[in-house]
Design a protein around this ligand. Structure first.
Ligand code: ADP
Length: 592
C-alpha cells in the first residue's frame, strides 16, 4: 500500500467515486424534480380538463357520466369531483356510487379555497392495493366565491418512483463500471508512471553496486522521461569520471609501486593504509601487515617519532634491516581543515650511500696513514742527520738512501692516487692501438724473467694457437699485466710456478696469470680490488706495494670495456684473469 501505484489507484477511485456520486445525485434529483413537475402539470391539466368539460356546463347528476368520458385522455390519472364538504360525487375509479372517500391534505386545503399538491401519501386503490399517490386538489368556486366543488386528481406515484429507481440503478451500475474503469485506468496510468520510476530505482541500485555502464530506455518526453535521460547522462558522466579516477588511481598505483623509494602510510589511528613494493623489499618482508606501534617496535625506532606529530616537520630516522641501512622520513599529513590525518613514511635504502661514505672516510684515513709512515721516517732521519750524523759520510749516505726511498714511496703513492682520481673524474685519455697479445706477453715475460729467477720462480707464457689482437692503450695494458705478474711473484714463495695463458669465449679474450702462491682466503677475495685493501699489510708494504695496484688495474680494464677477476684457493694459488673484449672498445672508451 505504500507504493505510488496503489496511492494513485486509490486517488483515482476516490475521485471517480466523488464525481459519480455528486453527478449521480444531481441527475437523480433533477430527474425527480422533472418527473414531479411533469406529474403536477398532468394533474393540473387533467383537473382543468375536468373543470372545462365536466363542471362548466353539467349538472351534478351528469358528473359521473361526463367524467368517465374524459378518462380515456388521461391514462393512469384518476379524476374525482368532490363537493364542498369533501364527499366524492363523481370518480373515474368506479363506474357508479358509492364513490371512494378520500382523505388528503390537498383536499382540506382545497376546501379552504386553495389549490395544492400532495405527494407521498399512501392509500388503497379501487382494488384494495396500497399505493403511493401524488395528488392535486383544486377548489371550484361558485358565484359567491365559496367553494362549490373540489376537483381532485391523483396519480400513481409508483411509476415515477420505479422510473427513478431504474435511473438510480443505472447510475449505480455506471458508477460501478466507472470505478472498475478507474481501477484499470489508474493501474495503467500508475504503471506508466511507476514503471520508469522502478526502472530508475533499479538503475540507481545497480549504480550503487558499481555498475555505471547502463542506459535506461527513455519512453516519453515528459518529466519522467527527462528524469530518465538525466539519469542516463549522469550515469555516462559518472562512468567517464570513474574511468578517469580509476586511470588516475592506476597511474598513481603504478607510480607508487615502481618507485625506488619505499612508501608506507598510516592513518591517525595507526592502521596501515598502504605500503608499496619498494617498502616491502627494503624491509625484507613479503607483506607489511602491522600497525604504527608494531612498526616502531619491530624496527626499534624510538627517536621521537609519534603518530600525532602535531605541527612538527618531517623527522628522519636511520635504522638497520639485516645488512641494509634504511633511512625513514616520517611526515604527517593533514586534512583540509588542518587536522592530522596520518603519517607517511618514505624509506630510502642508504646502504650504498653509507658504504660510499664509509669508504670515503676509510680512504682519507688510509691515505693519511700511508703518508704518515714515510713522512715520519723522513723526518726522523733528517733530524738525526741534522743532529750530527751528517759528519759520518757513510751513515749520512745510508740515511739519505732511506729518505730517498721513502720519498719514492710517497711519490708512487701520490702517482697512484692521482691516476685513480683521474679515473674517478673520467679524465683518462687512452691511446688505443691494436696489440698482438702473443707478442706483448712474450715481451712481458722476458722483462720479468730476471725478477722471477731471482726468487727461483718459473715464469712462462704459452702463446695462443692463433693471433690474438686486442684494442687498447699499450702502456695501460702493460701496467695491468705487469701489476698482476708482479703480484703473482710477490705473493708466491720460491720455486712457485707462474703461468700466463690465453683463452677465449664468444665476446672476450681472457689473459690469465696463474700462480702456485699463497692464495687469497674466501673472505678477502672480493675485497682485493678495493683501494688500499691488502691481505697482509706489513708484507705488502715491505714489498713496496701501495695497496692501490689492483684497484687501478680494475679501473683500466673497465675503461677498456673489459674486466678483471680473481679466483683463488687459500694456500694453493691464484688465477687472475684480464678480460679483453673482442669487439673494438673504441666506442666505449671515447666516453671515458
Ligand atoms: P699491493 O700493492 O699490496 O700489491 P694490490 O692492489 O696489487 O696491492 O694487491 C692487493 C692485495 O691483494 C695484496 O696486498 C695481496 O694481499 C693480494 N694479492 C694480489 N695478488 C695476489 C696473488 N697473486 N696472490 C695472493 N695475494 C694476492
Amino acid at each position: 500500500m505504500r507504493s505510488i501505484k496503489w496511492k494513485l489507484i486509490i486517488m483515482y477511485l476516490g475521485l471517480v467515486l466523488i464525481v459519480m456520486i455528486v453527478s449521480g445525485s444531481y441527475i437523480l434529483l433533477s430527474l425527480r424534480n422533472i418527473e414531479l413537475e411533469k406529474s403536477r402539470q398532468q394533474l393540473e391539466l387533467y383537473a382543468e380538463k375536468i373543470n372545462d368539460q365536466v363542471l362548466e356546463d353539467n349538472t351534478p347528476e351528469h358528473f359521473q357520466e361526463n367524467l368517465m368520458r374524459t378518462v380515456t385522455d388521461a391514462v393512469g390519472i384518476q379524476g374525482n369531483i368532490l363537493d364542498a364538504n369533501g364527499d366524492t360525487v363523481a370518480s373515474t375509479s368506479v363506474l357508479e356510487a358509492p364513490y371512494p372517500v378520500y382523505n388528503d391534505q390537498a383536499i382540506i386545503a382545497a376546501m379552504n379555497g386553495m389549490a395544492s399538491f400532495s405527494s407521498g401519501k399512501k392509500s388503497t386503490d379501487t382494488f384494495g392495493l396500497l399505493k403511493e399517490w401524488m395528488s392535486y386538489a383544486a377548489p371550484i368556486k361558485g358565484d359567491n366565491d365559496k367553494v362549490s366543488y373540489i376537483i381532485y386528481t391523483r396519480l400513481d406515484a409508483g411509476d415515477m418512483r420505479s422510473s427513478l429507481d431504474q435511473t438510480t440503478k443505472t447510475i449505480i451500475i455506471a458508477v460501478a463500471i466507472s470505478l472498475l474503469l478507474a481501477v484499470i485506468m489508474g493501474y495503467v496510468f500508475a504503471q506508466t508512471l511507476t514503471g520508469p520510476i522502478l526502472a530508475l530505482t533499479k538503475g540507481a541500485k545497480n549504480m550503487a553496486e558499481g555498475n555505471f555502464e547502463q542506459s535506461l530506455k527513455v519512453r516519453s518526453s515528459d518529466e519522467i522521461g527527462q528524469l530518465t535521460s538525466s539519469f542516463n547522462y549522469m550515469a555516462s558522466e559518472l562512468t567517464k569520471n570513474m574511468s578517469e579516477i580509476s586511470k588516475e588511481k592506476n597511474r598513481l598505483e603504478i607510480l607508487l609501486h615502481n618507485m625506488s623509494d619505499g612508501v608506507i602510510s598510516f592513518n591517525k589511528d595507526g592502521e596501515l593504509m598502504l605500503a608499496n613494493t619498494a617498502a616491502t623489499e627494503m624491509l625484507g618482508v613479503d607483506q607489511i601487515d602491522m600497525d604504527f606501534s608494531s612498526f616502531i617496535r619491530e624496527y626499534d625506532i624510538n627517536s621521537g617519532v609519534y603518530l600525532d606529530m602535531g605541527n612538527e616537520p618531517s623527522k628522519k630516522v636511520t635504522f638497520p634491516v639485516g645488512k641494509q641501512f634504511i633511512n625513514a622520513n616520517f611526515t604527517p599529513y593533514y586534512s583540509t581543515n588542518g587536522k592530522i590525518e596520518g603519517l607517511v613514511v618514505v624509506l630510502q635504502d642508504i646502504t650504498e650511500q653509507k658504504k660510499l661514505d664509509d669508504m670515503r672516510k676509510e680512504f682519507v684515513a688510509n691515505v693519511s696513514h700511508e703518508l704518515r709512515t714515510p713522512l715520519t721516517t723522513v723526518k726522523s732521519y733528517t733530524e738525526t742527520l741534522m743532529d750530527g750524523a751528517m759528519e759520518d759520510k757513510e751513515i749520512a749516505m745510508e740515511f739519505l738512501g732511506i729518505i730517498d726511498s721513502e720519498a719514492d714511496r710517497m711519490a708512487f703513492l701520490v702517482r697512484d692516487l692521482l691516476q685513480l682520481s683521474r679515473f674517478d673524474n673520467k679524465q683518462v685519455h687512452l691511446d688505443i692501438v691494436e696489440i698482438d697479445m702473443n707478442e706483448f706477453l712474450c715481451l712481458t715475460v722476458k722483462q720479468n724473467k730476471i725478477h722471477a729467477e731471482a726468487k727461483r720462480q718459473e715464469l712462462s707464457f704459452e702463446p695462443y694457437s692463433k693471433a690474438v689482437i686486442i684494442h687498447g692503450d699499450r702502456d695501460r695494458v702493460g701496467q695491468v699485466v705487469n701489476n698482476i705478474v708482479t703480484n703473482a711473484m710477490k705473493y708466491s714463495l720460491e720455486q712457485a710456478i707462474i703461468k700466463i695463458y690465453i683463452t677465449e669465449d664468444d665476446t672476450y679474450y681472457k689473459v690469465s696469470v696463474k700462480d702456485t702462491g699463497m692464495g687469497i682466503s674466501r673472505e678477502d677475495l672480493p675485497r682485493i680490488f678495493e683501494r688500499f685493501y691488502r691481505v697482509d699489510k706489513a708484507r705488502s708494504r715491505a714489498m713496496g706495494g701501495t695497496g692501490l695496484g689492483l684497484a687501478i688495474a680494475k679501473e683500466i680494464m673497465e675503461s677498456h670495456g673489459g674486466k678483471l677477476t680473481a679466483e683463488s684457493e687459500y694456500g694453493k694459488g691464484t688465477v687472475m684473469t684480464m678480460w679483453f673484449p673482442k669487439e673494438s672498445p673504441e666506442e666505449k672508451i671515447k666516453e671515458v
